[in-house]
Design a protein around this ligand. Structure first.
Ligand SMILES: Cc1cc2nc3c(=O)[nH]c(=O)nc-3n(C[C@H](O)[C@H](O)[C@H](O)COP(=O)(O)OP(=O)(O)OC[C@H]3O[C@@H](n4cnc5c(N)ncnc54)[C@H](O)[C@@H]3O)c2cc1C
Length: 274
């Protein structure tokens, strides 16, 4: 007995390819039987040809299923962005091949994204960079400077956490805004930088644990744990060295040069795109 179609495999119906898979199974089986005299050899060839195809579609179907299960993430998108997200949800239809199927739609999407990028890299960037300049320079220059990171209480942590939320605004630097707030609250430059980096640890650790779990329990191809461990070790060492170096630099030159740099880049982008 040979199984084909839904009897052998299923994929979530939102990718709409079950019938195609079933028909391709039948074609592949008939060709394999024509090519091989021995039944076991024909069946092995059929399995070898169809399994990768089916597994690839099942992975796409899983991504598509997850898109539909989390529609609350997308329902506030503007119609053009929503349509693009829906069409490319399984990652089998990409921007490039959609351009071949419907060039007018892709041109509309490209125009929409370009306009958004101009808005975001223009006014919002300039505003946040100007804010960064003001607060970065003023807080860094005139803030009290005697507190270390161990003196941070729940009120300070809340205020620094609220400042971090400003990083949701395009053009705002997460570490810049948290260090600025920490300086305003009287932390030394080094303590402000240290606290800002430590603040990123829970989020990064949780995102890492989530990806780790997905790799360990997912249905995808087996993870290359050796390469992952090597990548993590190299990232940890270089990250540690960079942060140690940056802390020394900030201690010496303060935050003002970073704020001025951001202001200049924002002005340049505004001039180029707005
Ligand atoms: C809601 C939904 C939407 C879908 N949308 C799409 C789409 O847009 N595009 C697409 O390509 N695919 C879609 N699919 C998937 C597609 O319908 C199936 O993958 C496809 O029909 C599988 O074909 P099949 O011949 O393997 O199985 P089936 O079509 O299920 O055929 C099996 C047949 O065997 C019969 N049967 C079962 N048991 C016995 C028995 N004991 N004796 C005799 N007969 C029996 C059944 O009655 C049935 O007629 C969708 C599926 C669903 C559920």
């Amino acid at each position: 007995m040979v199984l084909l179609g839904d009897a052998a495999h299923t994929a979530h119906f939102s990718v709409g390819s079950g019938t195609k898979l079933a028909m391709e199974d039948a074609i592949a089986l008939s060709r394999a039987l024509e090519r091989h005299r021995e039944i076991p050899a024909a069946l092995a060839a059929y399995e070898a040809e169809r399994r990768p195809e089916v597994e690839s579609l099942q992975r796409a179907a899983q991504v598509s299923l997850e898109w539909f299960e989390t529609t609350e993430r997308y329902h506030r998108l503007e119609p053009v962005q929503f349509a693009m997200s829906l069409l490319t949800r399984s990652l089998r239809v990409t921007h490039e091949n959609l351009k071949v199927r419907d060039p007018r739609f892709v041109a509309t999407v490209d125009r929409w994204f370009a306009e958004k990028a101009v808005q975001q890299s223009g006014a919002a960037l300039l505003a946040s960079a100007a804010g960064g300049l003001l607060f970065g320079v003023i807080a860094d220059r005139y803030g009290r400077r005697e507190r270390n990171e161990y003196s941070v209480g729940w009120r300070d942590a809340m205020l620094i956490g609220c400042a971090q939320a400003l990083a949701l605004m395009p053009g705002t630097s997460r570490s810049g805004v948290t260090m600025t707030m920490a300086r305003t609250l009287g932390l030394t430059r080094e303590a402000a930088a240290r606290f800002s980096f430590l603040l990123a640890v829970p989020g990064i650790a949780m995102a890492g644990a989530y990806e780790f779990l997905k790799l360990a329990t997912g249905d995808g191809p087996p993870a290359d744990w050796g390469s992952i461990a090597l990548g993590m070790a190299v990232a940890a060492l270089t990250g540690y060295a960079c942060i140690a170096w940056l802390l020394r630099v900030i201690n010496r030159i303060g935050l003002a040069p970073f704020a001025i740099y951001r202001f200049v880049v924002a002005g340049l982008l505004f001039w180029l795109f707005a």
